[in-house]
Write a protein that binds this ligand. Structure first.
Ligand SMILES: *[C@@H]1O[C@H](CO)[C@@H](O)[C@H](O)[C@H]1NC(C)=O
Ligand SMILES: *[C@@H]1O[C@H](CO)[C@@H](O)[C@H](O)[C@H]1NC(C)=O
Ligand SMILES: *[C@@H]1O[C@H](CO)[C@@H](O)[C@H](O)[C@H]1NC(C)=O
Ligand SMILES: *[C@@H]1O[C@H](CO)[C@@H](O)[C@H](O)[C@H]1NC(C)=O
Length: 463
């Protein structure tokens, strides 16, 4: 019962917040709740009132109003978010993943990566507009699919510092976003600034506040427009960045959900010349202090402690891995000395099909599972690779379910085995095409517990 009430509290705050998104139903709900709170009633009384008002508004158990209700929050309760990044093909793509190659039912949200900020406006290349048009056609098959444009991305987010600086430049940006969404029938934007206040020593202190202001102003513009557009942020995982870059309470107030980039915890750099796991779920017992914070579990609890609602937490799951070159072939544990990137993949990154091909085509590759971090790594001679396999992504999906989080973010569709070529030791029988994304998607979709189903019933009517 206790947890039931706690759950209710989350729902109520959502409903209140969502009220700003235009619904008359919600306005009444809001008044009702405020009145009750003023007369100091209990949360569950208020929750009952929400149900009553909503039932009254929508007709007993009728669902005729569901479709015209702010899409994201409601659908997030009915089903978890599966937010997939898709790197748009280059201009003269020949052998790249094209929109027509994406199963429209695999993800609930697709983030088209990446648009840039140029002269304070959102900017895409002409060939990227063609991709957007192709992508939006997937809605013919799955009308519930949401398509967002992701702005920024690692190393390509140069326009953010100038744009957020003052109200006028933010306004220019927001206007350009509005046109983009409207002109192309898109569902929202995802801001992927890596990272506010981190690089800019002078303006740094204010960048965090300016970013919060930007989020607020975008939300207000959506409301003014009476649109149920989606606003999300791709946010950092390491605490050192989270502390500097975000006002998490503001994120919580203005975004629909946060795609937390819980990967790249370890990769080869000259400052970290050691083997390590890209996306460990839990701490390993030999890890102390700072190293003990570099895992998904720690990051998710950090965001929870900072006040991000559970259902706004979208856990990043990579489909790519990191490669290392061992200094000593006999020293092949996690945290062994490395001299550089491995020779597989490219610049230390490796896509899942390349991992698969290596294991299938090479003799005597050793695969080791780290039972604490719940991920695998492999080695052969000097090659050392941290990667995700069907089991590790399944563990991550289960973590999302156990912790009642909002869903999974997958980076990226391109790095998964979208052609379905993977066979052998790291594959799983009968899963062809996007095996990793598919396992995450199936696991999350099949695990809506009965209490959650009841909640979603309440939630739908609450809107
Ligand atoms: C959107 O359409 C308007 C006219 O309807 C046009 O002025 C504007 O340039 C378009 N913007 C984009 C980003 O396509
Ligand atoms: C997950 O993180 C929480 C909070 O930091 C901690 O209490 C818990 O022990 C962690 N779980 C594991 C399995 O490490
Ligand atoms: C693989 O291991 C076996 C047994 O240790 C050995 O006989 C064989 O030569 C190895 N093959 C390669 C290609 O290293
Ligand atoms: C969910 O609702 C069903 C019937 O509506 C009920 O039998 C079940 O006990 C409820 N579950 C929870 C956890 O409230």
């Amino acid at each position: 019962m206790r947890s039931f009430i706690v759950e209710k509290k989350h729902k109520l705050s959502d409903i209140k917040y969502d009220h700003f998104g235009t619904q008359v139903t919600n306005t009444k709900t809001e008044y009702c709740c405020r009145g009750l709170i003023v007369t100091s009633c209990f949360l569950f009384v208020c929750a009952s009132a929400v149900i009553c008002v909503a039932l009254y508004q929508n007709g007993m158990w009728g669902n005729s109003h569901i479709s015209d209700i702010s899409g994201s929050l409601q659908s997030r309760v009915a089903e978890r978010v599966i937010s997939c990044y898709y790197n748009m093909p280059s201009e003269h793509a020949t052998d790249e993943l094209m929109p027509s190659g994406i199963n429209p039912n695999l993800c609930t949200h697709i983030n088209l990566a990446f648009a840039q900020v140029v002269s304070n406006e959102i900017r895409l290349e002409p060939h990227q507009y063609r991709t957007i048009i192709e992508m939006v056609k997937l809605k013919h098959t799955n009308p519930d699919l949401k398509i967002l444009v992701s702005v920024g991305g690692a190393g390509t987010d140069k326009g953010f510092p100038d744009m957020v600086l003052n109200h006028k430049s933010r306004k220019t940006f927001i206007k350009s976003v509005k046109y983009l969404l409207r002109n192309h029938s898109l569902d929202g934007i995802d801001l992927d600034w890596e990272f506010p206040a981190l690089h800019n020593a002078l303006g740094g202190g204010r960048e965090r506040q300016h970013f919060s202001q930007l989020l607020r102003e975008i939300r207000m513009e959506y409301i003014r427009e009476k649109r149920d557009y989606i606003l999300t942020v791709a946010a950092a995982a390491p605490q050192a960045i989270v502390d500097v870059s975000y006002d998490v309470d503001q994120l919580n107030m203005y975004v629909d959900y946060v795609n937390i980039m819980t990967y790249d915890f370890h990769s080869f750099t000259k400052y970290t010349p050691f083997t390590g796991l890209n996306s460990p779920l839990y701490q390993r017992s030999t890890e102390q202090l700072y190293l003990a914070t570099l895992n998904i579990n720690y990051t998710i609890h950090l965001y929870l402690d900072k006040g991000l609602d559970r259902n706004k937490i979208i856990v990043g799951i990579p489909t790519y891995g990191h490669t290392f070159s061992l200094v000593n072939v006999d020293n092949h544990q996690v945290n062994s000395p490395a001299s550089g990137f491995g020779s597989l993949g490219s610049l230390g990154f490796i896509n899942f099909p390349d991992v698969c091909a290596f294991v299938t085509n090479t003799e005597n590759v050793t695969i080791t599972r780290d039972n604490e971090a719940k991920v695998s790594y492999l080695y052969k001679n000097k090659e050392w690779v941290s990667y995700e396999d069907p089991q590790s992504v399944m563990e991550k999906a289960k973590f999302i379910i156990e912790n009642k989080l909002g869903g999974a973010m997958i980076y990226s569709l391109n790095a998964d085995d979208y052609k379905g070529e993977c066979r052998g030791a790291v594959a799983r029988a009968g899963v062809a095409g996007f095996p990793l994304a598919k396992i995450v998607s199936k696991t999350l979709k099949s695990h809506i517990s009965s209490s959650e189903q009841n909640m979603s019933l309440v939630q739908r009517r609450g809107h």
